[in-house]
Design a protein around this ligand. Structure first.
Ligand SMILES: Cc1cc2nc3c(=O)[nH]c(=O)nc-3n(C[C@H](O)[C@H](O)[C@H](O)COP(=O)(O)O)c2cc1C
Length: 314
């Protein structure tokens, strides 16, 4: 499954009635979820940027979970964004590290739904108020997913709501959030990205046998690369042995970009890979490669039917 990162922006979860419940539910119902509690990690607001950026790099789906404070996100979460979404990481000429990741806002709101209306006491809709986060998502190239928010989540004893009531609302919120995360995690785009990740992690090792790769290749795979054109599993095995004769094992394939387009007949993936490797005759290689994959879905599995490798830079 895709890797899910949840950033908890509540400044004091120990005093929360709703965000706490939502996070507990996520942790107990979703595999491969990492919850980062900013309140305990950074009580002094000194964000460890390198650690946070690494957590983002590893994630496919990024969820911001927070209580709505003064029509916006809590200061701690704002500080996290300000520090972590830095130049040449999240924006700028080399700032494409968040590109293509799913971005989902999940938050709890004290005020009732009808107050967020031109004629209500809050005047603006929630969508209008969170527009800066939506634009942040666009600028960084993330896929802005439909935000999930719940109203009436404030509990002040004897004034607003009951603890039981807001906790029940939080449970409902969690059920919907878990369902949305699962849908995203099993989307074709994320499944292709996962396959790409696993494929190159294996390729880095360049194991003696290429057997492992065959399970992701259709029987009539059409393979096109600078080493020649190959067909079928036998063709792939030939190509693989050619490559093993060229490169040392333990190389590095850095997946710089993956774009997935779902067509009527197949799925197309365009990849940009940086290969850092040593050849068996002692040369160091650092090159950019474009790859075009076509895939089919068969019996619930993705199979690559066409694989084209084009080096773009020596
Ligand atoms: C500092 C602060 C600011 C708040 N601002 C808003 C607001 O602008 N609009 C609103 O509807 N609720 C507002 N609330 C209510 C919170 O959204 C609500 O208490 C929170 O979602 C409950 O989450 P929790 O149970 O996890 O603490 C505010 C609460 C606090 C403490």
């Amino acid at each position: 499954m895709s890797k899910i990162l949840v950033i908890s922006g509540h400044p004091n979860l120990d005093e929360s009635f709703t965000n706490k419940v939502i996070l507990e539910q996520l942790e107990s119902h979703i595999d491969d979820v990492q919850v980062r509690r900013l309140d305990t990690l950074y009580p002094n607001y000194q964000i460890d940027v390198a650690t946070e950026q690494q957590a983002l790099l590893d994630a496919d789906i990024i969820v911001l979970q927070f209580p709505f404070f003064w029509y916006s996100i809590p200061a701690l979460l704002k500080k996290w964004i300000d520090d972590v979404f830095s130049y040449n990481f999240a924006y700028g000429s080399k700032g494409d590290k968040l590109k293509g990741k799913d971005f989902l806002l999940s938050f709890t709101i004290g005020g009732p739904s009808d107050s967020y209306d031109p004629l209500g006491y809050n005047h603006f809709s929630i969508e209008q108020l969170i527009a800066p986060l939506q634009q942040t998502s666009y600028l960084t190239g993330m896929n802005f997913r439909k935000p999930l928010y719940s109203h009436g989540m404030v509990y002040i004893p004897g004034v607003y709501n009951t603890q039981q009531g807001v906790e029940a609302n939080a449970m409902e919120h969690s059920v919907e959030l878990i369902s949305r995360i699962n849908t995203l995690a099993h989307s074709t785009e994320n499944r292709v990205k996962k396959l790409v990740k696993e494929w190159f992690a294996e390729f880095d090792k360049l194991p003696e046998s290429g057997e492992q790769f065959l399970q992701s290749l259709s029987h009539d795979i059409q393979w096109s690369s600078p080493e020649g054109d190959f067909t079928g599993h036998a063709g792939f095995n030939n190509w693989y042995q050619v490559v093993r004769g060229l490169f040392k094992a333990d190389c590095q394939h850095i997946v710089e970009n993956v774009e997935v387009i779902e067509g009527d007949d197949d799925i197309k993936a365009s990849l940009r890979i940086r290969l850092i490797a040593d050849t068996l005759d002692g040369q160091s290689v650092n090159m950019l490669i474009n790859e075009q994959w076509s895939l089919l879905e068969q019996d619930g599995r993705l199979l690559i039917t066409h694989y084209k490798v084009t080096p773009v830079q020596g």
